[in-house]
Design a protein around this ligand. Structure first.
Ligand SMILES: [Fe+2]
Ligand SMILES: [Fe+2]
Length: 384
């Protein structure tokens, strides 16, 4: 934990997260009760995992808990976008909007505020459903409220409440743009892909106005809206891969149904955002001239890898290079998928300012999910 680069490489402090109090009893209690339940479960010297899985297999419960954590974090970031750039209503309350930011987002699509609202509501329901399902099976749920400590935007329109995630210092990986346009490469084969917006993939960039100073000049707030536009796609393509990656290791058909039913909604989000990101106007941020949004339809960009209307996934190599190419989600490799997702979210700066305990907890949830194995019935075992 002292060495940031090794946060996600060691599993020695696995039990630390009980002390961090992020796993709650199925009754959805908070605060001290969480700690008591966690520690008492640990104190009883249970064999196997530290957390209660109820009637689920320990692996299924661990996968669902990691997904619950991912959804809680997703909800938190989407709430910040909705407070400033979406539609605040009874479905997605909080904040009062930032008209200049909303206007800049609408350059990408006139319905951006509606889409932001709907994506935010979807994440709320993912989080709530997975935790409620865990509780219904007598399994421990995930509660990250102890880590709601970050200061968010101070711009007019923000609720000002403490946050779990940081949208003001992002390093946005936009390689999904070229990954889904490649006909020959697949990250599951170790292939790598060029960035659509190279300058977003380095440095620290705000995706929401930090204060009202960020609302001018026009090209600056537009650069922030453009950053958000690409970040939306970056987040949702991650979810699009995470669910099928973990689905391969669930045991219960009902849990499989859950991950197969939520995962494709992430793909619906991704597809929408990929289309909108292509409408981000080319510009250079006047307050940070290193941040450049190029014209993706003109040299040295353009062509099959960058053209903005090529939003359907190109078929590519899948499973074996000797099989025909196939239009697929990529990556979907299952090995280490949860830890890969935690690293991906961390590398984008989403948790800048979070405590070592937060990173330990996230690593612990991911390690447990990655230890999950599909449990076969007796019949299956005989047939092997
Ligand atoms: Fe989600
Ligand atoms: Fe999502």
């Amino acid at each position: 934990m002292k060495d940031k680069g090794r946060v996600f490489t060691s599993s020695k402090n696995r039990r630390a997260f009980l002390k961090n109090g992020i796993v709650a009893a199925g009754a959805a209690t908070v605060g001290a009760a969480i700690l008591d339940n966690g520690l008492s479960a640990f104190g009883k010297g249970h064999e196997g995992p530290e957390e209660r899985s109820g009637s689920l297999t320990p692996g299924d419960a661990a996968i669902l808990r990691f997904l619950a954590a991912a959804e809680i974090l997703e909800t938190d970031l989407w709430v910040q976008y909705n407070e400033l750039g979406g539609i605040q209503d009874s479905e997605v309350p909080g904040g009062s909007g930032s008209p200049p930011y909303v206007a800049a987002l609408k350059v990408l699509d006139g319905d951006m505020d509606q889409y932001i609202h709907d994506n935010t509501e979807d994440e709320f329901t993912h989080e709530n459903f997975i935790n409620a399902y865990l509780a219904s099976k007598g399994a421990d749920i995930v509660d990250l409220e102890p880590f709601r400590t970050l200061t968010g935007s101070k711009a007019t329109g923000s609720s000002g409440k403490p946050r779990l995630t940081n949208l003001m210092e992002l390093t946005v990986d936009t390689s999904w743009w070229t990954r889904y346009r490649s006909r020959t490469k697949n990250p599951d084969f170790g292939d790598t892909f060029p960035q659509a917006i190279p300058s977003l993939a380095v440095g620290k960039h705000p995706a929401i106005p930090r204060t009202d100073d960020d609302l001018t000049p026009n090209d600056h707030i537009q650069a922030i809206a453009n950053t958000a536009g690409f970040h939306f796609g970056t987040i949702e393509q991650g979810g699009t891969s995470l669910y099928p990656s973990l689905a391969q290791r669930v045991t219960s058909v009902e849990v499989l149904r859950i991950v197969l039913s939520i995962g494709p909604t992430e793909a619906m989000h991704f597809q929408t955002w990929q289309d909108k990101a292509g409408n981000a106007p080319p510009l250079t941020d006047p307050k940070n001239p290193t941040l450049v949004f190029p014209n993706l339809n003109a040299p040295p960009f353009g062509g099959e890898d960058f053209q903005t209307n090529l939003i359907m996934p190109e078929p590519t190599v899948f499973l074996s290079r000797s099989l025909p190419v196939c239009s697929i989600v990529r990556p979907t490799g299952t090995r280490g998928a949860a830890m890969g997702s935690a690293k991906f979210l961390t590398a984008m700066g989403l948790f800048r300012g979070q405590s070592p305990a937060f990173f330990a907890a996230l690593r612990d949830l991911a390690a447990d999910a990655d230890e999950a194995r599909r449990e076969c019935g007796e019949r299956d075992n005989h047939e092997r």
